[in-house]
Design a binder for this molecule. Structure first.
Ligand SMILES: [Zn+2]
Length: 495
């Protein structure tokens, strides 16, 4: 029996999807105006843990994640660079895909883009105008929140001080300025605009998710996720738009994950504690150490990112790696050990029951590490047979379908992500310089790659090859791709 804390009721509720056996899941995706930071990844990794656990529990999952490629932020960014929206957002979408893959996040079934769904948004706005939930003012169209009595139920907002008819055009605003929000924004100098049945203009941010979720999942679906900062105004407004237009409940379960802070403080570029995934990988960490760290704090708790915590995550993963390696080394033939089936059953039950309890990851990991301790003791006594070891290995692998912290074959993308970080100019943010020589190494590697590129241009293939071999002798693998040279540290497989 799976239970989740539903933000809507504030209660832990038993999970039961609309269609038995199938879960319809919508997760708010990135606004592609910049590289995602690790706080964004915390939310996406949590959603992946949720999805993987639902799959592990036997559900089919239809997952939709939108890409917000037109809103206040993307327009501002594109204008500052003097390029169109498509050109401006493309590299951020590519970076998102790449980073998602190295973090072992399962791709969604659909990644609808806002700019590809203007017609669907216009349809909803038309209905809202017809039903009297929306009104026109100065070429824009607003949602009248006093026409929707359930407004504020999700965010538990106090509407007493609301000034009737107060309006705002910004996509994001604070709780203390709750007001009628823009569904459709009048054309403005320097902004893209679409010619539509409701007039020219462009959509507000909130209507995008209402339109794309109902197109791919239906008017009512099971789970909607996001970070706590999405609760107000974004998700509150999504509920208002969808339920007012459709006359049916929008979402049954709302799951929100808490903030990520760095060294106990809110992440901010001005404080030098702002990290993209590329910034962290440039220090030599494995992306799955980052994944481990991001999933290992319960989603409803604040996650404090520190490099000490990342070192602990790395140590925990290497403990698992050593354990699996030791299992592979068991070669003794012989009868099965009598305790193994029970040890496996205890660990499996502990793991499943913990995750069924609102994704209690700490206890789930606790069950695994207790199991590792017990099995390690048997290995030390030379009490396991090869057959036992194989059984244990398969059991662990079945749990890793949920955790996904084993090494992944897409590791070669890491060098490219580090390069993305550098493009953003943030790979140089090193609040805690790494204790080892990783950053020096990275600089040296890049210099050598450059020297090799130069040698190849000059057709000095002997020198190019010598540089490649020199790097290889120091554990650096090069990979020539159509996008340039990728490099990675050759890691010993952990098992
Ligand atoms: Zn959204």
């Amino acid at each position: 029996m799976i239970r989740f804390t539903n933000t809507l009721s504030g209660q832990v509720e038993r999970f039961s999807p609309i269609d038995p056996g199938v879960v319809k899941l919508y997760t708010c995706g990135p606004t592609v105006y910049d590289f995602p930071h690790i706080g964004n990844w915390r939310a996406y990794v949590f959603e992946d843990l949720l999805k993987r656990f639902l799959l592990f529990s036997g559900y089919k999952v239809t997952h939709v994640m939108n890409l917000t490629d037109v809103d206040d932020k993307t327009i501002r960014g594109a204008n500052a660079k003097g390029v169109g929206l498509e050109e401006y957002t493309r590299p951020f979408i590519e970076a998102f895909d790449l980073e998602r893959d190295v973090l072992n996040i399962l791709p969604a079934d659909h990644y609808p883009r806002a700019t590809g769904h203007i017609r669907e948004m216009v349809e909803i706005i038309k209905v809202l105008l017809e039903k009297g939930f929306a009104y026109r003012r100065d070429g824009s169209i607003y949602f009248a929140i006093d026409k929707f009595p359930a407004y504020g139920r999700l965010s538990k907002i106090n509407l007493e001080d609301l000034r009737p008819g107060s309006r705002g055009d910004a996509d994001e605003y604070e709780k203390d300025s709750v007001h009628d929000f823009a569904l459709w924004k009048a054309p403005k100098e320097g902004e893209p605009a679409w010619e539509t049945e409701i007039g020219p203009g462009r959509p507000g941010w909130h209507i995008e998710c209402s339109a794309m979720s109902s197109k791919y999942l239906g008017r009512t679906f099971d789970i909607h996720c996001g970070g706590v900062d999405n609760i107000f105004p974004h998700h509150e407004n999504e509920i208002a738009q969808s339920e007012a237009a459709n006359g049916v409940k929008f979402v049954n379960y709302w799951l929100h994950c808490h903030h990520l802070v760095v060294d106990g403080e809110k992440m901010a570029k001005s404080k030098g504690n702002f990290y993209t995934l590329g910034d962290i990988l440039a220090k030599g960490y494995n992306p799955l150490d980052v994944r481990y760290l991001l999933i290992s704090t319960h989603y409803r708790k604040m996650l404090n990112f520190t490099f000490d915590a990342l070192e602990q995550a790395k140590a925990a993963r290497s403990r698992l790696g050593n354990f699996l390696g030791a299992l592979k080394d068991v070669t003794k033939e012989g009868p099965a050990h009598a305790e193994i089936p029970e040890l496996i059953a205890t660990a499996r039950n502990g793991f499943i029951q913990s995750l069924e309890d609102d994704l209690n990851i700490s206890e789930a990991l606790g069950s695994i590490f207790d199991f590792v301790t017990n099995v390690n003791a048997l290995i030390a006594q030379d009490a396991l047979s090869k057959e036992d070891a194989q059984k244990i290995f398969e059991f662990y692998s079945s749990l890793d379908k949920v955790l996904a912290i084993k090494p992944s074959p897409v590791r070669s993308a890491v060098g490219k992500i580090i390069a993305h970080g550098r493009v953003s100019g943030r790979a140089t943010v090193t609040k805690d310089p790494p204790a080892d020589a990783d950053s020096i190494l990275e600089k040296e590697v890049l210099e050598k790659i450059e020297a090799r590129n130069k040698a190849r241009l000059e057709k000095n293939y002997a020198l190019a090859d010598a540089i490649r071999k020199d790097l290889l002798s120091r554990g650096i693998l090069l990979e020539d791709t159509k996008d340039g040279v990728l490099w990675k540290k050759a890691e010993l497989p952990i098992y």
